[in-house]
Design a protein around this ligand. Structure first.
Ligand code: GSY
Length: 169
């Protein structure tokens, strides 16, 4: 079994409902065990800024799936939730990204792990540091908390109080 960290987010429709349901689907998979789910954050859009704000969180799972097989399962779940994504950096109902897959470095068509932007994005680093406060980037070697401390701004990331995506913690 490998411990993987998955970024989850969305900025269309009933965002909290979509994220909660997607977590339940992933938790129901035979080859994936949900271990922990971070708090939920309301986050300003990065990339194309003229779009609604996102809800983001990070999931810690244990899985017997390979990295590419896990990605395929995540893409299926995105489709199941009617992922709408016209533009590359544009709005979407559900986004599931593999951030870390153990300490492994994966570079195959369609999948790069660690996620190439993970160390630059507060909407990933803040929830990731909640789950992995002493974690280190497997390639860049620096602690995730150090990347977060060195960002120029908080990038508009705000914890949403009283909202949980997973009933079991
Ligand atoms: O890369 C994930 C999709 N995405 C996001 C996101 O999840 N949150 C925020 N705040 N901005 C984003 N821009 C993109 S693209």
């Amino acid at each position: 079994m490998i411990t993987a960290y998955i970024g989850i987010g969305g900025n269309l429709g009933d965002r909290a409902d979509t994220l909660r349901k997607a977590v339940a689907v992933l938790d129901g998979e035979d080859e994936v065990r949900m271990v922990a789910v971070s708090g939920v954050y309301e986050t300003a859009p990065i990339g194309v800024t003229d779009q609604p704000s996102f809800l983001n969180a990070v999931l810690q799972v244990e899985t017997s799936l390979s990295g590419p097989a896990l990605l395929n399962r995540l893409l299926e779940i995105e489709r199941q939730f009617g992922r709408y994504r016209k533009k590359k950096w544009g709005p979407r109902t559900l986004d599931l990204d593999i951030l870390l897959y153990g300490e492994e470095v994966i570079q195959v068509p369609g999948l790069q792990v660690p996620h190439p932007y993970l160390h630059e994005r507060a909407f990933v680093l803040v929830p990731l540091c909640e789950l992995l406060p002493c974690g280190r980037h497997p390639v860049l070697g620096k602690q995730f908390t150090d990347f977060l401390a060195q960002l120029d701004s908080d990038q508009g990331v705000r914890r949403v109080g009283g909202l949980s995506l997973w009933a079991h913690q």
